[in-house]
Write a protein that binds this ligand. Structure first.
Ligand code: PLP
Length: 403
């Protein structure tokens, strides 16, 4: 069976996958339909931080699947409350609103921020503004792409909602300048993932937090990709010793098995929601809750943040030793690393295709960045194996500019 052809014929062409058909995953490895094994250094955009088919999470999934799955939020379950309590304790937030995908949790945050702006801050009706950053990635709904600076994300999809502004990333002064009496929230990724693992200047987020506090504006961190250990801390905002007013989680929260996302906030914000305001048929279902709780427990028990910090540091150091003119920069935090490629030599996709040949899965983000974000359960030996593959690939990239 030609699976590539099938997807291309019957599936919308909204992705351009690398030419490999995956049939099995275990830990940091995946296998294709010809039996070839790869080290997964993409982890489904960090959704698989716990590795493929983590045994403990699979056990919880199977047990819960046999017991209770979907009953909707029309009723209470014995699984949702304990999950929400745990995630609130871990994040230091007061309350949580469970959804499924990252985009839904971001939409939830936008709705909460606007309603808080109107009902608590006292902004005139329909005037609340939300500030986001150039290069942001918060998902794909119409409101969210309305905030994007990426022309392709928006082309043909307008008109977009009003009240969404954009400022340069990494520039706290620009935030202070953009704030008006109608500003409800500032939405920011502590490190921009999809934009190419963009790390802002040290002190940026702390400065933003002070500015937000001064002007009674909510600071909402989108940690859908950076959260839950990816960057070497449980949450990337902890590098700046701040506590955001709202926090968005997703991806790894589903333990690499289910879509589980969440908006968390302090009481004053979350209490703007009243029954009937907002919801999701599947959000917070018993199966997702059981899996989400198991995911958080596994991330903490297995000390995956610490592992990410330690191995990420080593990985980046070794990558920096690869001297090749096509490599502009290695950047990132923990096991969240971007290799910036000089497009005069090759594209990031060329590198990803060559890595695929030698048995390593990665994915370019934009044309010039190779993202390396393996499952956090990876071992030092597996990192060494990946480094050997990466070194091999760079020996095959000509060190002279093609005319
Ligand atoms: C992936 C991502 C989202 C969107 O998540 P989906 O589950 O794809 O809707 C939102 N924010 C950030 C920072 C992301 O990386």
């Amino acid at each position: 069976m030609d699976y590539v052809k099938l997807e291309q014929q019957y599936g919308a062409h909204n992705y351009k996958p690398l030419p490999v058909v995956l049939v099995k995953g275990e830990g940091v490895y995946v296998w294709d339909n010809r039996g070839k094994r790869y080290i997964d250094m993409m982890s489904a955009y960090s959704a698989v931080s716990l590795g493929h088919s983590h045994p403990k999470i699979v056990d919880v999934l199977i047990e819960q699947a046999k017991t209770l799955n979907i009953v909707s939020r029309a009723y209470y379950t014995d699984k949702l409350g304990p999950f929400l309590k745990r995630i609130c304790e871990v994040t230091g937030q007061d309350m949580a609103l469970p959804m499924n995908t990252g985009a839904e949790a971001v939409e939830t945050a936008l709705k909460a921020a606007r309603k808080w702006g109107h009902k608590v801050k006292g902004i005139a009706d329909n005037k609340a503004e939300i500030i986001a950053c150039e290069g942001n990635f918060h998902g794909r709904t119409i409101a969210i792409v309305g905030m994007s600076s990426e022309p392709q994300y928006k082309d043909g999809f307008g008109p977009f909602p009003e009240g969404l502004k954009r400022i340069p990333y990494g520039d706290a002064a620009a935030l202070e300048k953009a704030i008006t009496p109608n500003t409800a929230a500032f939405l920011v990724e502590p490190i921009q993932g999809e934009a190419g693992i963009n790390v802002p200047p040290v002190g940026y987020l702390k400065h933003c937090a002070e500015i937000c506090k001064k002007h009674n504006v909510l600071l909402i961190c989108d940690e859908v990709q950076t959260g839950l250990g990816r960057t070497g801390k449980l949450f990337a905002y902890q590098y700046e010793n701040i506590q955001p007013d709202g926090l968005i989680l997703g991806k790894a929260l589903g333990g690499g098995i289910l879509p589980v996302s969440m908006f968390l906030a302090k009481k004053e914000v979350m209490n703007v929601f009243t029954p009937g305001d907002h919801g999701s048929t599947f959000g917070g279902n018993a199966l997702s809750s059981a899996v989400g709780l198991a995911a958080i427990d596994a991330i903490l028990e297995e000390k995956l943040s610490e592992r990410s910090a330690e191995l990420g540091h080593h990985f980046a150091e070794e990558l920096r030793k690869i001297k090749h003119p096509a490599i502009v920069e290695i950047r990132g935090f923990g096991l969240f690393i971007g290799i910036e490629i000089n497009p005069d030599y090759c594209t990031a996709r060329d590198i990803c295709l060559k890595l695929l040949e030698v048995g390593l899965l990665s994915k370019e983000t934009h044309d010039t960045v190779v993202r390396l974000a393996p499952p956090l359960v990876i071992t030092k030996e597996q990192i060494e194996a990946a480094l050997t593959m990466i070194r091999t690939v760079f020996t095959k990239i000509p060190a002279t500019v093609s005319a």
